[in-house]
Design a protein around this ligand. Structure first.
Ligand code: DP6
Length: 362
């Protein structure tokens, strides 16, 4: 990571905007070896998606607390501010999709910005205004795009000029999966063993992969992935077996990518995801994100595959089912799924870009 370029951020409000896209893991991250640094217990592999993004503007400096454009849609939204019982941490302001947050969400973001402030040697408050095209907290990887965009905009606004790897390491500290959203396309997160060795990087892939999201529910999930994974690590008797299998899964997935073998990549991805959910369900008490429609969707994907189309399921910390296919078959797979799952929104996502800065220093 680079040193701060100067101390202008301590004297002037500085602003930067960045957009990052969600990613869906094919080989999953579930469980931390180090909770503070967010070092995972296993490496993971993901596809960054188009269409599911977070755009975040970070403004540092004294203007950050009372600026004119606070991004709040209207007074009613502001009044409906987060009612979490945790007291506000800092002078920071957090507005997500027009709603001001003052509880645990602000605390988590302020803690992340403390890291950025320490790296830049500044201590001014920030205003963070974020807009999502991903439903927030619904198992559609909103924390990945959110912290990748925040790391990029926050570090740039603080006067830091991080390398892509440095940015990935920083994003990881906000949310593990965010380190992968720094890059576009297929991305591997090397688990590593400390802050320096745990980062993501792109994986060359000649296949034009696509992910179809079957939206079973876009409501807020009841148990965060952070708590769910901690409970799985601590209590699930199946967790060690899943971690063991994960090493082999990763080798097979990378080999399948290199050989452009979509079928093998699909098989190993589906097995890895369902194995993760088996470990979750075996936790005490169970970490159960599935709903009746989840099971219906998993069966529908299997039926579509049996009919001859390339389609393999994956799932994250929520009830939605995502389907790996390739761009050439994606529309046909999506239509076959819609036919079998009336009432579920089915949406195709192609490979998406890495993090993009929308403006430089102001
Ligand atoms: C199931 O990255 O949200 O989506 O590091 O605690 O913020 P924290 O967890 P998070 O977990 C994502 C878990 C997953 C699988 C994956 O994306 O690899």
């Amino acid at each position: 990571m680079t040193e701060p370029v100067d101390d202008r951020a301590t004297r002037h409000a500085r602003r930067a905007t960045a957009t990052a896209h969600a990613n869906i893991a094919l080989i999953k991250y579930w469980g931390k070896a180090d909770e503070r640094l967010i070092i995972p217990r296993s490496s993971s592999l993901s596809l960054t998606l188009d269409g599911l993004s977070t755009t975040t503007t970070v403004t540092f400096g004294n203007d950050a607390c009372d600026g004119a454009d606070n991004g709040v849609a209207d007074g009613a939204d502001a009044a409906a501010a987060d009612t979490d019982t945790v007291a506000p941490t800092s002078g920071d302001t957090l507005i997500i999709d027009g709603r001001r947050h003052e509880g645990t969400a602000l605390q988590r973001v302020a803690k992340f910005m403390d890291l950025v402030r320490r790296m830049a040697g500044i201590d001014t408050p920030v205003r963070i205004v974020s807009r999502n095209t991903v439903p927030y907290g619904a198992g559609l990887a909103s924390s990945a795009s959110a912290f990748a965009a925040l790391a990029a905009a926050g570090s740039r606004a603080a006067g830091l000029d991080l390398s892509p790897r440095g940015l990935s390491r920083l994003a990881r500290r906000g949310s593990g999966s965010a380190c992968r959203s720094v890059f576009g396309g297929l991305v591997q997160w090397h688990a590593g063993h400390d802050d320096e060795s745990s980062y993501a990087e792109p994986v060359p892939c000649a296949m034009d992969l696509a992910i179809i999201v079957i939206a079973v529910s876009t409501g807020q999930k009841k148990l965060s992935s952070r708590s769910g994974m901690r409970r799985t690590v601590d209590t699930s008797p199946l967790y060690p077996a899943w971690i063991d299998a994960g090493e082999r899964d990763m080798r097979e997935a990378l080999d399948a990518v290199a050989r452009q073998d979509l079928e093998k990549l699909g098989e190993v991805s589906e097995a890895n995801a369902l194995g993760m959910h088996a470990a979750m369900i075996a936790a005490r008490p169970a970490v159960l994100y599935w709903m009746p429609q989840t099971v219906a969707a998993l069966h529908a994907v299997e039926a579509v595959r049996t009919s001859g189309l390339p389609a393999w399921s994956t799932m994250d910390a929520g009830p939605n089912v995502k389907v790996l296919t390739d761009a050439g078959h994606a529309q046909r797979v999506a239509q076959a799924l819609r036919d079998r799952l009336p009432g579920c929104a089915v949406q195709v996502h192609r490979r998406g870009p890495g993090v993009v800065m929308e403006n430089g220093y102001e």
